[in-house]
Design a protein around this ligand. Sequence first.
Ligand SMILES: CC(C)(COP(=O)(O)OP(=O)(O)OC[C@H]1O[C@@H](n2cnc3c(N)ncnc32)[C@H](O)[C@@H]1OP(=O)(O)O)[C@@H](O)C(=O)NCCC(=O)NCCS
Length: 166
Amino acid sequence: MAYKMGLRVLQDAESYSIREAAPDEVENLLKMFKKDMSAKWVDQHHNLPGKKVALVVIDKETNQPIGGIERVVDTENGIATGVGFAVLKDFRRRGIGTTMLKVMDEELKNMGVTCITTVPASKNAAKFLKENGYEYEEFIKMYLAATFRSDKLVYGFEWAGMKKYL
Ligand SMILES: CC(C)(COP(=O)(O)OP(=O)(O)OC[C@H]1O[C@@H](n2cnc3c(N)ncnc32)[C@H](O)[C@@H]1OP(=O)(O)O)[C@@H](O)C(=O)NCCC(=O)NCCS
């Protein structure tokens, strides 16, 4: 599972590596996302037209996947849409999620992507995305500013999409 010929390693840390996911690994990643995210959401977004870009995090001790991320890229418009993003519970809060987002951003930037859009799966995910450079869509920001409300009000709402410009 860990070593797959021809797939680029994009980050080589002490205890894990991040590399491109092989097409036959993507189903497993989708299952991982669905532990914390709506299965309907994941399937719908995975099936969007465009180029699928998926990365997997491999634990060096066990050679098993411990996290992953997938985006679908509309190459004509330079926009990527989030499908799923997760780190297994036992491996969270060690910086892996942050590194994985950065590595994916770099990969997308090299492909000519200028904007990533996604909808956070939970309040924690919204907070995490915000800390990693994502902002709410313009109409939500205007509503919050006009009503003097904190953005915590919209954390976790399905319509409250976030975006990041690269
Ligand atoms: C969101 C998610 C991917 C983050 O993964 P992660 O590997 O835990 O991310 P990080 O470790 O980079 O950061 C998470 C937190 O750990 C903290 N952290 C990072 N390294 C740390 C360390 N060495 N020691 C202690 N805390 C650390 C970060 O500051 C961050 O804290 P905060 O959220 O309180 O600000 C993970 O929680 C997850 O899989 N959640 C379920 C699925 C999900 O919601 N996906 C997002 C869909 S939009």
